[in-house]
Design a protein. Structure first.
Length: 174
């Protein structure tokens, strides 16, 4: 704020970078994904499973919003009791494919599981995806004992979907 002649504050003019699109700060914050190491650290601090569930639900709220058009049959993950969608985009890093994902679910806890999966897999090369054992990470967090069999099956379906995408991207790159 700048001072006006009579001591009042006036707003400073703002220089907008016209070459950069405006991004709502709330959406920009949500788009900053929590890393798997941060999630691991937070799980170590939370002893009570009620607190862990609340944290997982909160992680789901940090997912980048998925456009309605991406809530399609093509993006729907089969094998999940809840509705789950994973949309992928393949970027190139020096010619190598990099898989980037958006995800969503109609169930809060599942949306949080999607957020954890995306922290493991989104923005990775196919080889990295195939060498990362997401189910072992979920076991490390204690989910095997705390998810229903239906949710566990859905989690496996999401992991398999991403791994299939990675295998296909590798095959196309060869």
């Amino acid at each position: 704020m700048a001072r006006a002649g009579d001591g009042e504050l006036e707003p400073n003019p703002i220089d907008f970078d016209q070459s950069r699109p405006y991004i709502d700060p709330e959406i920009e914050l949500r788009a900053i994904m929590t890393t798997i190491d941060e999630i691991r650290d937070n799980f170590e601090v939370l002893d009570d499973w009620d607190d862990r569930y609340r944290y997982v639900i909160e992680l789901g709220r940090t997912l980048e919003p998925m456009p309605e058009a991406e809530h399609s049959a093509e993006n729907k993950v089969q094998g999940c009791v809840s509705q789950v969608w994973l949309s992928k985009r393949i970027d190139r890093d020096n010619g190598a494919p990099v898989l980037k994902y958006r995800g969503d679910s109609d169930a809060h806890i599942v949306r949080g599981l999607v957020a954890i999966l995306l922290s493991l897999y989104s923005g990775r090369r196919p080889q990295e995806i195939l060498s990362t054992d997401a189910l072992a990470v979920f076991d490390e967090f204690g989910f095997r004992q705390h998810l229903t069999p239906q949710r566990s099956n859905g989690l496996r379906s999401m992991v398999e979907r991403i791994r299939t995408d990675a295998r296909e991207a590798l095959a196309e790159a060869s």
